[in-house]
Design a binder for this molecule. Structure first.
Ligand code: SF4
Ligand code: SF4
Length: 331
């Protein structure tokens, strides 16, 4: 039986039938969650198909995050799930990323760009050096702060509208996905749809179309990322740091009990947190560790107890000299 095509007419199609969306954010902005929500709604409720890919590094260090959605009509062959480097739609969560990441690379002619900013479309066009297309300037930060939501919800609402996704479907998905923040998120969702500044720019010769770059050469079976894998080449964050990076409580680690079984590595939400040397676990790096305690759950109980335990009281938060000591061990 042939699949039933969706009644949704996507606004763009490339030569393979895909509408490519790229979200550019930093760890912790929720771009990944928003994209997953949108993708799930598209494929499970709206008879669309496609591929999803996320590339990210340490959340705690504010590493740039790229999330790609490639949407197509049901029945279009989907051969791979890698990132898009030819976006029709670009969502910029942090305006400050535009120039360092050269976000105009690979943007299609007549692209749609959503930017979280209080600036004008003209200013953003100049920063982005956009060849042609429509820029939507949405002050998602103010909306998120005033409603108690996050950046990802207002941006998701506007993106859904541009993709012509039924707003009621998306709104319902937002409410269901984050039930505890439902009220705040729905307020932010509705606020984003009340209006933003937008302007269309023709290809007037001011800025050229910029070809995509392929940092590791053309992707193929030899160098393809697995879905969701960290691309350490383009997302390395060793040199960056954030003021809050060392204040999260982290697990207590007793090296003398550790059997170096590696179970903690399997579950760690930011594996850079677990410091290994010569096949032995030697420390937790507080600069990366987010304190999720997943490793504590899986660390096996031995006669002497568990090597990883939840922190107790004041000793849970590493001091800067403890953080420094771990960093020295890593180098
Ligand atoms: S799970 Fe526990 S015992 Fe195993 S390597 Fe990690 S800290 Fe050591
Ligand atoms: S608490 Fe454990 S699992 Fe979570 S980030 Fe830190 S080291 Fe990794």
């Amino acid at each position: 039986m042939n699949p039933t095509p969706s009644s949704i007419e996507l606004p763009f199609h490339d030569e393979l039938g895909f509408c490519n969306v790229l979200m550019s954010a930093i760890g912790g902005d929720g771009a990944n969650m928003a994209a997953k929500l949108l993708f799930k709604a598209c494929v499970s409720e709206l008879d669309l198909d496609g591929a999803y890919d996320a590339r990210y590094g340490s959340e705690k260090k504010g590493t740039p995050t790229d999330v790609s959605l490639r949407l197509c009509r049901l029945g279009t062959p989907v051969h791979e799930s890698g990132p898009t480097n030819r976006p029709h739609i670009l969502c910029v969560f942090r305006e400050a990323l535009i120039q360092p990441l050269a976000l105009n690379r690979g943007l299609q002619k007549d692209a749609v760009v959503i930017v979280n900013t209080s600036k004008s479309p003209e200013d953003i066009r100049a920063e982005l050096e956009l060849n042609s297309g429509t820029i939507y300037c949405l002050d998602a930060t103010t909306i998120a702060v005033e409603t108690g939501s996050r950046l990802n919800v207002p941006i998701l609402a506007l993106l859904g509208k541009i993709l012509k996704i039924p707003i009621a479907t998306l709104r319902e998905a937002v409410g269901k996905t984050w039930p505890r923040a439902r009220e705040a998120n729905l307020k932010a969702f509705d606020r984003a749809l009340e209006g933003c500044t937008q302007k269309r720019f023709e290809a007037d010769g001011k800025f050229e179309l910029v070809p995509p770059i392929e940092p590791r050469g053309k992707l193929g079976y030899m160098n393809m990322n697995d879905g969701g894998a960290i691309d350490s080449v383009t997302h390395i964050s060793l040199s960056s740091n954030t003021p809050s990076a060392s204040i999260t409580p982290i697990p207590e680690f007793r090296v003398e009990i550790c059997t170096h079984c590696g179970l903690c590595l399997l579950v760690c939400s930011d594996p850079g947190s677990l410091v290994w040397d010569d096949k032995k676990m030697i420390a937790i790096d507080p600069v990366f560790c987010k304190g999720c305690m997943r490793c504590v759950e899986v660390c096996p109980e031995t006669k002497k107890g568990k090597a990883l335990t939840e922190p107790l009281g004041a000793t849970s938060t590493p001091t800067s000299s403890e953080a420094e000591a771990v960093l020295v061990k890593r180098v």
